[in-house]
Ligand binder design. Structure first.
Ligand SMILES: Nc1ncnc2c1ncn2[C@@H]1O[C@H](COP(=O)(O)OP(=O)(O)OP(=O)(O)O)[C@@H](O)[C@H]1O
Ligand SMILES: [Mg+2]
Length: 302
């Protein structure tokens, strides 16, 4: 279970006069996501979706609040410089009695993330991309150590699952946009994570490919759920249709600063038809909400 408690994130930015000013990217977001659910975060550009997802992943620290996964606190990556070290100690001083243990056994959460822009490494072939992820996972403390040959077999197995086995030795630049996204998906699935965080994974492909990728994602999650532990997915998108079709729940963010504007459960049984009346109705409700927000925004700027 993922629990976000009162997450806020403030940035300081330099304005056009050269003065530092505060920017609130995420404000007081509390959210609980049960295991095995697909939850979408939907909202207009700049409302703090990516920031919130990176906080969930432990890639950024929240200014306020905390994330717990299965009851364990998510910490940002360990500090690299002395300055970061001081800031890190200060931030976590309240857990100091535990600090040594916490810092040494920095809790590892089983998370794979697919980023908005650079989903795969362009200088590695498809196979090398997946092998790389598996080797990183292999090097972690407590991991079941695999031999190189086993890693390669596993990488090929997951490439096969996304229909990329024939392109294993191609570089990302030699793949289509949809194939690159499937590669990112294979890499995320290959480490058999408990949680996959996806930041607009299908935004850059055409509408038909997007629908195909969405169905493939659902199929892969379903297959994985049947054989092993179910995977929890948090998906950031600004496409209401995608959110409604894929999710068990849609979290609608308000325009920046990101706060939860609405939580909309989608209870339609799977497999779903894209033309399902209830799905379309939910989608319309969300669109109406968006329109209202955008018009409100426009009023402010007059
Ligand atoms: N490192 C940073 N420093 C300062 N401001 C930042 C930083 N990262 C993000 N922001 C600001 O925080 C706000 C939220 O950004 P974020 O990337 O989370 O939005 P988003 O909802 O993912 O948008 P999009 O849909 O366009 O990807 C934006 O106003 C952005 O300019
Ligand atoms: Mg983003």
């Amino acid at each position: 279970m993922i629990e976000a408690r009162s997450i806020s994130k403030f940035f300081s930015v330099i304005n056009e006069k050269g003065l530092a000013e505060g920017l609130t990217a995420v404000l007081n977001v509390s959210l609980t996501i049960p295991d095995g659910k697909i939850v979408s975060i939907l909202g207009p550009s700049g409302c703090g979706k990516s920031t919130f997802l990176e906080i969930l992943a432990g890639l950024q620290a929240p200014t306020d609040g905390a994330i717990h996964i299965d009851g364990k606190l998510v910490l940002e990556p360990l500090p690299a410089t002395r300055k970061e070290q001081i800031a890190y100690r200060r931030r976590y001083r309240f857990i100091s009695p535990l600090a040594n243990g916490v810092f040494r056994d920095h809790p590892k959460h089983d998370i794979a993330m697919i980023f908005q822009d650079y989903a795969v490494f362009p200088w590695m072939t498809a196979l090398q991309n997946v092998v790389f992820a598996l080797k990183l996972r292999n090097a972690e403390r407590g991991a079941v150590k695999l031999k190189n040959r086993e890693i390669e077999e596993k990488a090929l197995f997951y490439l096969n699952r996304v229909d990329l086995a024939a392109s294993a030795h191609k570089y990302p630049s030699q793949l289509s946009g949809g194939m690159r996204q499937r590669l990112a998906l294979a890499r995320a699935l290959s480490v058999e994570p408990k949680i996959i965080l996806m930041d607009e994974p299908f935004a850059a492909v055409d509408a038909l490919t997007r629908e195909k990728l969405q169905d493939e994602l659902l199929r892969l999650l379903d297959e994985t759920g049947k054989t092993g532990a179910p995977i929890t997915v948090v998906l950031v998108t600004h496409d209401p249709q995608e959110a409604v079709y894929l999710s068990d729940e849609v979290i609608v963010f308000s325009p920046g600063p990101g706060t939860i504007r609405n939580r909309i459960p989608v209870t339609v049984k799977r497999p779903r038809a894209r033309t399902d009346a209830e799905l379309l109705e939910t989608q319309d409700r969300i669109l109406a909400m968006f329109q209202y927000d955008i018009n409100q925004e426009a009023d402010y700027s007059i």
